[in-house]
Ligand binder design. Sequence first.
Ligand code: F0G
Length: 458
Amino acid sequence: MHPFHTIIEPFRIKSVEGLNLITREERSAALARADFNVFKLHADEVLVDLLTDSGTGAMSAAQWGALMQGDESYAGSRSFYRFERVVRDLTGFKHVIPTHQGRAAERILFHTILHPGDIVPNNTHFDTTRANIEVESAEALDIVIAEGQQPSTLHPFKGNMDVRALEALLARDAERVRLVMVTVTNNSGGGQPVSMANLRAVRALCSRYGKPFFLDACRFAENAWFIKQREPEFEHAPPREIAREMFRLADGCTMSAKKDGLANIGGFLAMNSDEWADQCRTLLILTEGFPTYGGLAGYELEAIARGLEEVVEEPYLRYRIRSTEYLAEKISAAGVPIIQPAGGHAVYLDARALLPHVAPLQYPGIALVNALYKEAGVRGVEIGTVMFGLHSDGTEAPAVMDLVRLAIPRRVYTQSHIDYVAEAVIHVAKMSQHLRGYRITSAPKLLRHFTATFQSLD
Ligand code: F0G
């Protein structure tokens, strides 16, 4: 190995996209026009956009080249067979069903297999996963380990499922559990990884009770890298082999290729069950498209196939996970409270701890998101009481945590962008006692965070 410590971006830049350097006054006006909800900003009004790591990554030259190889045949496209081969080689699953993004895979799976009253346990359901289960009148149950809900507690695998809780659930209510899911990495719990030991324990319980085990595999490669770093058995294993072992333990997966597919759109559902796959394909034809394209263009299947090969390359994963950790270290060293340790795709600021004078029902996450945008043009997202606080009976209560997620798009920003973000966060943290909460002036009953309008309590 070479003697240098600097972990560099393992790519150089061939095509650039300019940033719009608008002033603080312009941002202030834009935020007011957006009713203090950053989802309503024009992306051109944002300097560093950390709203999501989903579909926002940069494709490689090889992926752009692959686009020209796309076969747009309606049925039996060559691009589908290439995509299917890559997904099969990686996951080992027999059936590969393309979809336009992750939530389409979720909807098709859950609509096909769930009955009213069923239970689907997960470490933590992502919001679309939960919604697609609840719409079938089934229950989405979160059973992450206790450490996974404590922002400052250190644990190498905070995404682990509480296997004792799973065992108790299966002993009590096995009939109602249609399948067991684990999300790698656990996005809603801070982008935290799940260990191979935990996946093995879940597998063993599922086998004992005869339950299918599915991964929500959106960030499988980042999870594999954490396993390599933190689970001694896998220290010398290539990330791809670790990923294959994770998939080998499961019976199927849902996937959003917008994350670890390194693509701007796409997803898939994969599984071993012939019976479920037949039923899922029928629904796929109804709502997504013929099974050899599933709502995607042939060129998109090509880009995903290539992306799935690049995402498990060691230099990429080393840089990827280190760049997130680097941001976390900088802001944490300045005393800004964050979920520890850093997640794979994002750093989560603890807005409730940073703004103790803003009550949860005055939305400290929104206060922090808006200040970061106004002061520095950085767009994050509130993951807290606005997102989770409104219940189906119309009552509102504080969420478990009030966080602000800074999600890092893949291969998009350089180290100086990240340095700038750290400086911005530290600057806003220093003025935090002057930040005021918000009240909601209008909001829909469902998924209100996307469209709610706010007014400052200043
Ligand atoms: N599962 C997880 C764990 C996710 O993070 C997402 C999307 C999905 C499923 C749904 O996939 O967007 O392709 O339909 N997460 C994005 C985010 C939107 O910002 O975290 P999709």
